[in-house]
Design a protein around this ligand. Structure first.
Ligand SMILES: *Cc1c(COP(=O)(O)O)cnc(C)c1O
Length: 377
């Protein structure tokens, strides 16, 4: 139906070879060679203490909620402008999400509004590095440390991005990655829990292995493995880790390509955007972004909808993004409707994301740009 879709999963070409190798290794379940290779590589990139591959970013968030021992009545501060899993993983443990608005420029949580939302029940702060541009971590970390509240970074968009020269995913006690097919690096469905404090290492392994000490058993640290804690099945198959490893190895190539696509949109849409009161993404100079997406903020909801329809006519797919969580059916059950999130509401109505994927050809991208520049508001 579309000649140019909004997203196509990244494929570098050697994924299947690595899956064949995993098959020959005879280890298809979790924690095989490729799982270890991926974890070690991600840990070295992020400078993390430990990284555990998971079946999704959602399951990594659920693990973070378990490890922080979130209980009914606890509060978590979360941007209203994010994917449902960011709060849902904590709501699953009985927590109440407290919705924070976003900044006008980066669309990241507005750190100036953070302190006033903290109560004695606040157990976690959940920054999301939207589009792979870092949140204002200086302020967020300062507030979090003054109140002694852990930070969990939802880094689904931000892998390989930096804030003031430091890797996104290295600030929180935990960070969570996504390797869903819509993200920069993928194995279809997958994720990782990044652990930046060694006191959680052992329990994290246990929770991920169905509440058993199987990981220690395989390392020869205990002579039998048994049921020692609560837990679930959060390990991805080594077959998927093999697929992912191919992409992690080629991470510079993938990111270089995404950077080129992002810059091309930015350069060639700027004049048109400026003269039509349309806003392009803002990336502060102290942020090295992860090039996860390219969006426009249109002046009105109607112009956004018209642009989507107009592009569809040319068989080009464009999409809006998050609906405000504080106004969702679930969010309102937590009193979300009384949240003060005007920027979230404004942006949610007006934001449109353009086709952005590894194999987007220069020819197709130029076509998208030309057609957009002929759009009459
Ligand atoms: C994609 C995404 C998730 C969920 O990732 P899964 O791997 O699909 O569970 C969570 N948070 C954000 C911000 C995302 O973009």
């Amino acid at each position: 139906m579309y000649d140019i879709p909004f997203v196509r999963p990244t494929v570098v070409g050697k994924e299947i070879n690595y899956m064949t190798l995993a098959t020959r290794n005879g280890h298809l379940a979790g924690d095989g060679d490729f799982t270890k290779k991926c974890s070690a590589l991600i840990a070295s990139i992020l400078g993390a203490n430990k990284v555990l591959l998971t079946t999704s970013c959602t399951s990594a968030l659920e693990m973070a909620a378990l490890l922080l021992e979130i209980e009914p009545g606890d509060e978590v501060i979360v941007p209203s402008f994010t994917f449902v899993s960011t709060p849902n993983a904590f709501v699953l443990r009985g927590a109440r999400p407290v919705f924070i608005d976003i900044r006008n420029d980066t669309l990241n949580l507005d750190e100036q509004k953070l302190e006033r939302l903290i109560t004695p029940r606040t157990k976690v702060i959940l920054p999301v590095h939207y589009a792979g541009v870092g949140c204002e971590m200086d302020v967020i970390c300062d507030v979090a440390s003054r109140y002694d509240i852990p930070i969990v970074e939802d880094n689904a968009h931000g892998f390989m991005g930096k804030y003031r020269g430091r890797q996104l995913g290295s600030f929180g006690v935990f960070a969570t990655q996504s390797f869903h097919e819509t993200k920069n690096f993928t194995c279809g469905e997958g994720g990782a829990l990044v652990i930046n404090n060694s006191k959680y290492d052992e329990r994290a392994e246990i929770l991920r292995e169905k509440g058993t000490n199987r990981s220690r058993f395989f390392r020869g640290q205990v002579d039998k493995y048994s049921w020692v804690d609560i837990g679930s099945s959060y390990l991805p198959a080594d077959l998927l880790a093999a697929f992912l490893y191919a992409q992690l190895e080629d991470r510079e190539i993938i990111q270089y390509r995404r950077e080129a696509i992002w810059n091309h949109y930015n350069t060639h849409l700027k004049g048109w955007a400026d003269s039509n009161n349309i806003r392009l993404p803002i990336v502060p100079p102290h942020c090295d972004q992860a090039y996860h997406m390219f969006y426009l903020i249109m002046p009105t909801l109607a112009s956004r909808q018209n642009l989507i329809t107009y592009l569809k006519h040319y068989r080009i797919q464009s999409v809006f993004h998050y609906l405000p969580l504080h106004l969702s059916e679930m969010g309102t059950k937590f009193g979300g409707a009384s949240s003060d999130c005007p920027v979230t509401e404004y942006v949610s109505d007006r934001l449109i994301r353009l086709p952005f994927y590894h194999e987007l050809t220069p020819h197709d991208q130029d076509k998208v740009i030309d057609i957009i520049r002929n759009f009459k508001l």
